[in-house]
Design a protein. Structure first.
Length: 215
């Protein structure tokens, strides 16, 4: 899901630059794919930790990779009891998004990314203009980074939004075909996105040895 999803998403993001047009169905498919990435990350981290532990115990990589194995631990099992959705819909939904939290900072950054994508059209800038490419690419990447960073194991990825925010705040001023209103919009929204990338946000789960990378 993760590598194929990222490839699909970046191909969609590049459409206005390479093709000079958006594809509505492609955008819809990418929008469905983006949330799947943070939902899968904790499973990938758990698998890597499990394989590493078994290899340290002398087991072969490929045998563990293909056949798996048991986990010997005295730690408390925090997995929820089996339940059916009609009986406890709230708890079932909560269990389905383990490893994902929704800091208001990343939620707002996602909305600002969408606003940046629409900004060139609002100011009457053609889709094939260079300044439009800056806003389309930066805004789309801000959305992707923000949503992926909602996965707690990848929360550190939010710092990419600082670079993207600064890029969209500065780049339009060096392009001669950028309306002043659009350039100012880039500064305001870009700096806001960069500032929103600083807080860590809530962390609801523990990830063993991976906790040190969540900062």
């Amino acid at each position: 899901v993760i590598p194929l999803g990222l490839v699909h998403i970046f191909l969609v993001i590049s459409q206005p630059v390479i093709v000079g047009a958006w594809c509505t169905l492609c955008i819809l498919a990418a929008a469905i794919m983006i949330p799947m990435i943070p939902l899968e990350v904790d499973e990938v981290i758990a698998m890597i930790q499990f394989v590493k532990k078994k290899m340290n115990q002398g087991k072969g990589f490929w045998k563990v990779f293909w056949k798996g194995g048991g986990v010997e631990s005295d730690a408390k099992d925090e997995a929820p009891e089996m339940m059916k959705f009609p009986q406890k819909p709230g708890q079932v939904y909560g269990a389905s998004i383990w490893g994902v939290s929704f800091p208001w900072t990343l939620s707002v950054a996602t909305l600002l990314g969408v606003a940046l994508v629409f900004a060139p059209g609002f100011f009457g800038v053609g889709i094939q203009e260079t300044v439009a490419d800056v806003f389309h690419l930066s805004g789309s990447l801000i959305v992707v980074v923000s949503v992926i960073s909602m996965g707690e194991p990848l929360r550190i990825c939010r710092y990419f939004n600082i670079l993207l925010g600064l890029a969209v705040a500065v780049a339009p001023w060096f392009l001669g075909n950028s309306p002043i209103g659009l350039s100012i919009t880039g500064v305001v929204l870009g700096l806001a996105v960069a500032a929103l990338a600083l807080p860590l946000g809530p962390k609801t789960q523990r990830y063993a040895g991976w906790d040190e990378y969540i900062r």
